[in-house]
Design a protein around this ligand. Structure first.
Ligand SMILES: [Fe+2]
Ligand SMILES: [Fe+2]
Length: 277
């Protein structure tokens, strides 16, 4: 463990307590390669890691854009406890009624209350009940309300007996994610950034006991430009002509983080995962 004595931030794993729970967060699942990786590996991964609760960002699970009801149901049956999402959540229209009826898939809480679905949920077995909150950033990514402006109200609504709270902050700007981590430090178990599909190496435990990472990465094909066929994207940047995105298909990895919780819902450790499939 390396601790900065001035800030109190811990930059490496600490096993100096008895873990109460292990939370596995799976980074944005991209297309068929990503979802096949999760469906085939999650049962054994869950066992190997001793994960008690699994959250996966599914906003790109259907052809890189959105998620269908069929895919969501297979993810939930395959070992994912809660699916989070982001700016692509409306891309597959058939998910809308499922968002309204299922409490195991959520969309950003700072969309409008009148939008289909919910922005936070509580799931898991007795003794391991976990709240999961989904937020969208506001810089370079559309969300009708501010993430910072809605989160206090959401935390006040979560029943006080729920101590473990994970926030998926789906945002483009690193500054927004870093700031939210500090804003929520000591009030939630973890703030995990998503959306950029590039895993950052800044996982840490903040001074108040919140686990933090700016981006959990990409679960899908890495021989790609953030999941998409790289030749198509290069052609687009060269010509600025519109292109049809195609999901890449090789060098598939599962990425994410595993977080151990200590007493009172504080985080004891956070570790990045990069698992080749
Ligand atoms: Fe994504
Ligand atoms: Fe996104």
């Amino acid at each position: 463990m390396i601790q900065n004595p001035a800030s109190g931030i811990r930059h490496q794993v600490c096993f100096c307590y008895t873990a109460r729970m292990k939370l596995l967060f799976i980074a944005d699942i991209f297309g068929k390669p990503g979802r096949n990786a999760v469906l085939s590996k999650l049962p054994s991964l869950r066992e190997e890691l001793g994960a008690d609760f699994v959250v996966a960002n599914g906003e790109n699970a259907a052809s890189g854009a959105g998620i269908t009801t069929n895919i969501a149901e297979r993810m939930l049956a395959g070992g994912v406890d809660v699916i989070t999402s982001g700016n692509h959540i409306w891309r597959q229209k058939d998910i809308i009624p499922f968002l309204a009826r299922s409490d195991r898939i959520i969309r950003p809480a700072n969309y409008l209350p009148s939008n289909p679905g919910r922005g936070w949920t509580v799931a898991g077995e007795q003794g391991g009940r976990t709240a999961v909150v989904n937020l969208s950033g506001n810089l370079y990514i559309g969300a009708p309300r501010g993430a910072f402006q809605v989160i206090d109200g959401i935390l006040a609504e979560i029943p006080p007996e729920i101590k473990v709270i994970l926030v998926d902050m789906h945002a483009e700007a690193t500054s927004e994610k870093v700031a939210l981590g500090f804003y929520l430090d000591g009030r939630v178990t973890a703030v995990v950034g998503t959306h950029t599909h590039v895993q950052t190496a800044d996982e840490k435990i903040l001074p108040g006991g919140t686990a933090y990472i700016t981006d959990a990465g990409l679960t899908g094909p890495h021989n790609s430009v953030i999941g998409v066929n790289k030749e198509i994207i290069i052609r687009h940047f060269l010509t600025q002509m519109p292109v049809r995105f195609e999901v890449a298909d090789d060098d598939v990895w599962i990425e994410g983080v595993i977080i151990e919780t200590g007493p009172g819902g504080k985080a004891g450790s956070i570790q990045r995962l990069q698992i080749p499939v």
